[in-house]
Design a protein around this ligand. Structure first.
Ligand SMILES: C[S@@+](CC[C@H](N)C(=O)[O-])C[C@H]1O[C@@H](n2cnc3c(N)ncnc32)[C@H](O)[C@@H]1O
Length: 240
């Protein structure tokens, strides 16, 4: 069976076995395919990914870039929140490239939604979007106009704190910076493999509209109306 070795899904419908009495339903896990394109919200996709990919119990979950926790509104999941900025009042105020005090093998899932833009040297960014989403890490010429330099130290920590077979779920957004496309999702996938993860999947999440800047009047790059969720397993293979 396709679900062999996976966690039973508590949300699976109740199925009646042919020979079971009607008053004694048996809860069977049911395989449901997952599309590589997601048009819904992040919270629902996370739940689908837990059901689809997890091979160990998914809690506790570390959200390593918590901000205001939009992913978990209405969720009953046991989340440990981490953010570098104390104003969001996370459980752990820390740089996720260091994760001081977090034990080895302590989480079944790490969720990562890093900033994809940031101040570019000339002017400190104070735009509403940047303030709300904590886009404060520099990404100017000294960093090749991209924030990928944040990934390797984070990936090393994620690997350390994840249990064997645990999942790293990363929301990564490409961007145009200094007149060129910057392929953050390619960097993340390569760096995750280098850190010892197996990159299992890439899901395109469609946004309602592109993120726009008033600086872009006639930009000759397609307006990005998607981001990626990258699914990595702390194991040498995706399927057991
Ligand atoms: C795009 S926001 C995350 C939004 C969040 N997923 C939500 O839905 O509410 C990125 C967050 O990462 C935090 N952050 C940036 N660099 C970090 C680091 N090195 N360690 C921990 N948190 C960091 C920022 O403070 C910001 O709150």
């Amino acid at each position: 069976m396709l679900y062999a070795g996976r966690m039973p899904n508590p949300a699976a419908p109740l199925l009646l076995l042919d020979d079971a009495a009607p008053e004694a339903p048996v809860r069977l896990p049911q395989y449901a395919p997952l599309s590589s394109v997601w048009e819904g919200n992040d919270a629902d996709l996370l739940e689908r990914m837990f059901t689809f990919y997890a091979s160990i119990e998914v809690e506790p979950i570390l959200d390593a870039t918590y901000n205001v926790g939009r992913f978990w509104k209405g969720s009953t999941r046991k989340i440990v929140s981490m953010d570098i900025d104390p104003k969001y009042k996370p459980d752990i105020v820390a740089d996720n490239r260091e994760m001081p005090g977090v034990g080895n093998d302590s989480f079944a899932v790490v969720v990562y939604d890093p900033p994809h833009v940031g101040p570019q040297g000339r002017n400190k960014s104070s735009k509403r979007f940047d303030v709300d989403f904590g886009a404060t890490m520099p990404c100017g010429a000294e960093h090749g106009w991209i924030l990928s330099y944040l990934y390797p130290p984070f990936l090393q920590q994620a690997k350390r704190v994840l249990k064997p077979n645990g999942l790293l779920l990363a929301k990564i957004t490409d961007m145009v910076n200094n007149h060129r496309s910057r392929w953050a999702h390619c960097d993340f996938m390569r760096m995750a493999e280098e850190a010892g993860f197996t990159v299992c999947d890439l899901i395109v999440k469609v946004r309602k509209g592109p993120m726009l800047s008033d600086k872009w009047k006639t930009a000759h790059h397609a307006r990005k109306r998607h981001c990626f969720w990258i699914v990595c397993r702390n194991a040498t293979r995706c399927e057991r």
